[in-house]
Every structure is written in structure tokens, then in C-alpha cells.
Design a protein around this ligand. Structure first.
Ligand code: ADP
Ligand code: MG
Ligand code: ZN
Length: 276
């Protein structure tokens, strides 16, 4: 390269620098410099320090972009994408009863010993959630079993995929799938199987023995419970194990045995809060 060419290239660089400086000054930026070391926060990006009115402040573009990704709630890794898609599906099928929409574990009043124990078991279930252990609450109506179950579902649904359904609603969703095309029977079984936590509220209240759908209903419940072997379920019921076995007829023993897989169980006694 000739001397003349080198000189003209140097001039070009200088004029580019000058024009950047002019652009920066339009925004009130007096000077801008790159830190030689990587950003101490992410240990990856380059921090740029700008001076405005004599005040220095520094930013890392990588950290800023990361914040933006978080604000936009955009999944970046495959596992995050999978979780978000499951969470969205679970939200589509979840049915939380209106009267329990605002409940929280901290507004559950534990009066009896069993209620205190149940509340503590719920706290442990949430804080030690491992996608494998289950929790079964039985007891009389109106003592807050669903209240606790909803609270657990809400607490875990931020970081996990959680599906909350009354057991009767599961059967309702399956029945709907026969009538119209918003979802298939396969969709219902598949979401029940795939979520990190399935909450089945009020098992045993879905039908009475005099109706002729008993074996259909208990077949479906068995298939769902069977598909969740080794995966977390929270179950509430007004019935004892032997009452459930009786209710579910041919599937009774199998259903109760699936319910008990890796499960902490408690039978809660207390006053019916609905009657207060
Ligand atoms: N121990 C409690 N503390 C606060 N509210 C309660 C308690 N037990 C029940 N409730 C309230 O009473 C209503 C019925 O409770 P629910 O959880 O549906 O009872 P269960 O499922 O045991 O039949 C709900 O509105 C619930 O929030
Ligand atoms: Mg209930
Ligand atoms: Zn950074």
C-alpha cells in the first residue's frame, strides 16, 4: 500500500470518529468509552461508560438485553419454551371454582390439630416440590381441603406447569370432547399426564352409584391416575379410602392404590366453614 493511501485511510478513520462524536453530542453525551475488562455482572459483555454533564454512568448491552428478554417474558432455552407451552395449555384447561379464586395458604385458618398439620404439610409440599411426591387430603366438607389445594396450585404455577380440575370437570372435559371439536379426548389425557402437578379436587363426588356411568367414569379416573405414576398429584376427597374403593366398583382398589403412590396423606377434622 502506498504512503498516500495509508494517510488517506487514517484521515477516513479520523473523520468517522469525529462524526460519531458529533452524533453523541447531539444526545448530550460528552464522551463514551469501552471498559477493557468484561462486565463484572455477567462476566461476558462489554461495559460502555458514557459521560453526560460530567456524570459518568456505565451499561452493559448484554445485561440490558437480558433484562429486556425477562420483561418480555420470552423463553430462550428449549426447556423454558416447553414449560411455557405446557403452562399455557394447563391454564386453558384449569377450572378453579369462583369462591376459591382469591384464597391463599396464609388466609387458611388452622384451628384443629389436623388443620395445623395439613397446613404445614402443604407448606412442605410447596417448598420441597420435586414433581414426584403426592399429597392426599380427606375429610368432611367445608373444612378447607380445596382451599389448600388451590393455594398449592397457585403457589407452584409460577415456576411449574400445574393443572387444577375438579374430578367432575375431568369427566366433563372428556364428555365435551365427544360433542364438539374444541379439544379431543387425547388432549385431555395428554395434558393431565404431562403437567408437573395435577390437582384432582373432590374425587368421589363426580357421580353416584345409581347413575349408569359408573364404570365409564372410574375407567377414566383410573387411566388418568395410572398415567401419573411417579408424578405429583394433589387429591382432595370427602370420602375415606374404603368408601372410595366401594364407590369406584371394579376399579376401586386400583384407583386407591394409584392415589397412594408416593403420597403423604392426612384426614382433616374441623368445623364446616360454609355453615358459618
Ligand atoms: N380453615 C379455613 N380457613 C379459612 N377459610 C376456610 C377454611 N376452611 C374453609 N374455608 C373457606 O370455606 C369455603 C369452603 O372451603 P373448601 O376448601 O371448599 O372446603 P372443602 O374442600 O374441604 O369442602 C371456602 O371459601 C374456603 O376458603
Ligand atoms: Mg372441596
Ligand atoms: Zn453484563
Amino acid at each position: 500500500m502506498t504512503q498516500a493511501k495509508i494517510a488517506s485511510r487514517g484521515d477516513n478513520l479520523k473523520s468517522i470518529k469525529d462524526s460519531i462524536k458529533k452524533d453523541l453530542s447531539r444526545f448530550g453525551i460528552e464522551s463514551s468509552k469501552k471498559d477493557p475488562d468484561p462486565c463484572p455482572v455477567c462476566n461476558y459483555g462489554t461495559r460502555i461508560t458514557i459521560t453526560v454533564n460530567g456524570v459518568e454512568s456505565s451499561r452493559c448491552k448484554y445485561c440490558e438485553d437480558k433484562k429486556l428478554v425477562e420483561q418480555l417474558n420470552v423463553a430462550t432455552t428449549e426447556s423454558e419454551k416447553k414449560l411455557q407451552s405446557l403452562q399455557a395449555k394447563a391454564r386453558r384447561f384449569t377450572r378453579i371454582p369462583n369462591d376459591l379464586n382469591a384464597v391463599r395458604l396464609n388466609n387458611y385458618k388452622a384451628v384443629t390439630n389436623e388443620q395445623k398439620q395439613a397446613k404445614q404439610m402443604a407448606v412442605d409440599f410447596i417448598t420441597q416440590f420435586d414433581k414426584e411426591k403426592s399429597f392426599v387430603m380427606s375429610g368432611d366438607p367445608g373444612i378447607g381441603k380445596s382451599h389448600i389445594a388451590v393455594s398449592i396450585a397457585k403457589a407452584l404455577s409460577k415456576n411449574y406447569s400445574v393443572l387444577f380440575l375438579k374430578s367432575a370437570d375431568v369427566l366433563g372435559l372428556i364428555r365435551e370432547s365427544y360433542d364438539h371439536g374444541t379439544h379431543s379426548e387425547r388432549d385431555v389425557f395428554s395434558i393431565c399426564e404431562q403437567v408437573d402437578l395435577l390437582v384432582l379436587d373432590d374425587i368421589g363426588a363426580e357421580y353416584d352409584k345409581s347413575s349408569n356411568n359408573e364404570s365409564w367414569a372410574s375407567d377414566i379416573l383410573f387411566r388418568i391416575l395410572d398415567s401419573r405414576l411417579g408424578k405429583s398429584i394433589v387429591i382432595t376427597t370427602n370420602y375415606s379410602e374404603s368408601q372410595l374403593e366401594d364407590k369406584f366398583g371394579m376399579n376401586g382398589k386400583r384407583i386407591v392404590s394409584r392415589m397412594n403412590d408416593k403420597a403423604e396423606k392426612i384426614r382433616i377434622f374441623g368445623k364446616d366453614m360454609r355453615k358459618q
